[in-house]
Design a protein around this ligand. Structure first.
Ligand code: CU
Length: 619
């Protein structure tokens, strides 16, 4: 399908010429490359895709499955199709001015944020990734966040775990089944590379428990920095606590923000690092009044917004002036609809919200996102970013004048007693394997700060993916504690009892599963074995672990493989806040011949002939 090779969602709706791209003070290309996100040319999205020949389905391709009665963790409930959706991603360096400030970035198909991946529930998604990062070169890999990868662990995209990095000027093809439906994102999982711009949205169309009229599509929230990621990482794993974590300069919605050029943000820095031995002078190049993102609503209609925190660090607080948000899913889990004035998303988290355009006091409104809370929450130096919502017919060249309604600065997820999955799964913590985990930040013997789980920091070995070793029968590595491999055995369920000894909140992500969030708490208390809503606790794939607090997360161990469990703050992951859980080692599916060789042969050759510039944990 040619459309998918272009790698962008549906064509713009409405008559030709009905949309326009920013041209001043920056052209659209100068601001975000070829991206249409956040312009009036951003398409709306369908209820489902046509079949592989472009023929419309006469009814929903998933039949009468619905969020209340279908268990996506059960293969028999998944509407597997014979349809494959093909995409092709080329990753390059570039420079853009997303918020008005020129900086070095990395782009997918010359777009920031990257193109959308779309599929119907049960389809196969095939993405070929070309690593064209050059001057200087780097390895890369792409992770498809939130996908179960049941039976395809080797396409999970984590270098040192499920593959070797894609070597410079090589390509790799991922094939992943859409076993869950809803909203997610993809991102580079090599070092903190994704914070340079290698991110994009994923939509898997599926049933909805509440009807809506128009799918507005992705609304990507992120914090943003003005120096290259490599410079930031060198600070984040450095010796100066005041630089840990680095504070973001700015905030973006769908890749666009507006920085005040009178406040240069480089501080004392005069050079930037693109690699250990490649630096450049920092020259402040800023245009005031950069275009903010725009969305068009139909009066009286209900719109679906797919919110995603694709940032590096900050916990995003999202709100729309004069409108209520009805949340129908968190991450890939449909939840009993509940209304709220704001939605909280830690890095990696998503929320699907419905918004009815029924406020006729004016015809344009601000959408806002902020990252408050200071260092403990990954707070940004920018107070908030806005995007304009225009009711159809409003003048899209005039900015809204509405005032902020609600304000909230708590850096934790919505209370567990307010969120409940539509499909009931009762965890079985009795008899579960309880794995106690502590998180700490310590000064190591070389004077560098490092993040630890159970007093051990993680460091990737790009040449020996642990999944490949596990599939060959190796599941313990006493001589390599830095690989952080922990065998969960063949237990039916596992409780991750995480105690956070640091004064920072950490959004923790488990690959390959949705976990139950049994309970969370603050310092001075420990988990007492109880769960909130024990018959059907909240499930998701990222949970904010409160600062100096704890969280008890449990998962049904039904997906044999090697699964990273890590903080999704890019800088904490760079500092080693990760471990890898081996489940049912004897049942890990054999890896298709060719899959390992595809990345490791190339990477071995590359790394034997070049010094790999690994200054952080690596994945
Ligand atoms: Cu963290």
């Amino acid at each position: 399908m040619g459309r998918e090779l272009i790698g962008y969602g549906s064509p713009p709706s409405g008559p030709p010429g009905a949309c326009s791209l920013p041209s001043s003070p920056l052209t659209n290309e100068e601001q975000v490359g070829n991206s249409l996100w956040g312009t009036t040319c951003q398409p709306t999205f369908p209820k489902w895709l046509p079949d592989e020949h472009g023929r419309e389905y006469e009814q929903a391709p998933w039949g009468n499955r619905n969020p209340k009665t279908s268990d996506p963790s059960n293969d028999a409930d998944i509407p597997y199709s014979n349809v494959t959706r093909y995409y092709e991603f080329t990753i390059t360096r570039g420079s853009i001015s997303a918020d008005g400030v020129l900086r070095d970035v990395m782009l997918v198909n010359n777009q920031f944020p990257g193109p959308a991946i779309e599929a119907n529930w049960g389809d196969m998604i095939e993405i070929t990734v070309h690593n064209n990062i050059s001057y200087p070169v780097e390895g890369t890999s792409i992770h498809w966040h939130g996908f179960l990868q049941r039976g395809s662990n080797w396409f999970d995209g984590v270098p040192s775990v499920s593959q070797c990095p894609i070597a410079p000027f090589h390509s790799y093809t991922y094939r992943i089944p859409a076993q869950l439906y809803g909203s997610s994102w993809y991102h580079a999982h090599y070092s903190a590379q994704y914070t340079a711009g290698i991110v994009g949205p994923i939509i898997v169309y599926g049933p909805s428990q509440q009807s809506y009229d128009i799918d507005i599509g992705p609304v990507l929230l992120s914090d943003w920095y003005h120096i290259p990621y490599f410079s930031i990482v060198s600070d984040a794993v450095g010796t100066d606590l005041s630089e840990i974590p680095p504070t973001s300069d700015s905030l973006l919605i769908n890749g666009r923000g507006r920085f005040d050029c009178s406040k240069p943000s480089y501080g004392n820095e005069t050079t930037e690092l693109l690699a250990s031995h490649v630096s450049a002078n920092l020259t402040w190049t800023c245009k005031d009044g950069a275009e903010l993102s725009k969305f068009v609503f139909q009066p009286g209609k209900t719109h679906r917004l797919r919110l995603m925190n694709v940032g590096a660090d900050g916990i995003q607080k999202f709100t729309i002036d004069g409108h209520q948000l009805t949340v129908i899913a968190y991450d890939y889990v449909p939840t009993t609809p509940h209304t709220a004035d704001f939605v909280t998303l830690g890095v990696g988290q998503r929320a699907d919200v419905l918004v009815t355009a029924n406020n006729y006091t004016t015809n344009s409104f601000w959408m806002r996102s902020s990252a408050p809370g200071g260092a403990a929450c990954g707070g940004s130096n920018m107070g908030e970013v806005m995007a304009a919502i225009y009711y159809e017919g409003a003048d899209t060249t005039v900015e809204p004048t509405t005032l902020r309604g609600s304000n909230d600065t708590v850096c934790e997820n919505a209370p567990l007693n307010t969120t409940e999955p539509e499909y009931t799964i009762t965890p079985t913590p009795e008899g579960a394997y309880v794995f106690d985990i502590t998180l700490s930040l310590v000064l190591n013997s070389t004077g560098n700060y490092e993040w630890r789980m159970n007093d051990q920091t993680f460091r990737a070995n790009f040449n020996y993916p642990s999944l490949m070793l596990a599939a060959e029968g190796n599941t313990s590595f006493p001589d390599d504690p830095q690989w952080q491999i922990h065998n969960m055995g063949s237990n039916k369920s596992v409780v991750l009892n995480v105690t956070n000894l640091t004064p920072f909140a950490h959004p923790f992500h488990l690959h390959g599963h949705n976990f139950h969030v049994l309970n969370t708490g603050y310092n001075g208390t420990v988990w007492d074995g109880t769960a909130v809503n024990p018959k059907n606790p909240m499930r998701r794939d990222v949970q904010i672990i409160p600062q100096a607090g704890w969280a008890a997360l449990s998962f049904e161990s039904d997906n044999p493989g090697v699964w990273p469990f890590h903080c999704h703050v890019a800088w904490h992951l760079s500092g080693g806040l990760a471990m890898n859980l081996v489940t049912h080692a004897d049942q890990i599916p054999s890896i298709p011949s060719g899959t390992k060789a595809d990345t490791c042969t190339d990477w071995d050759y590359y790394s034997n002939n070049n010094v790999v510039d690994q200054i952080d944990a690596g994945s």
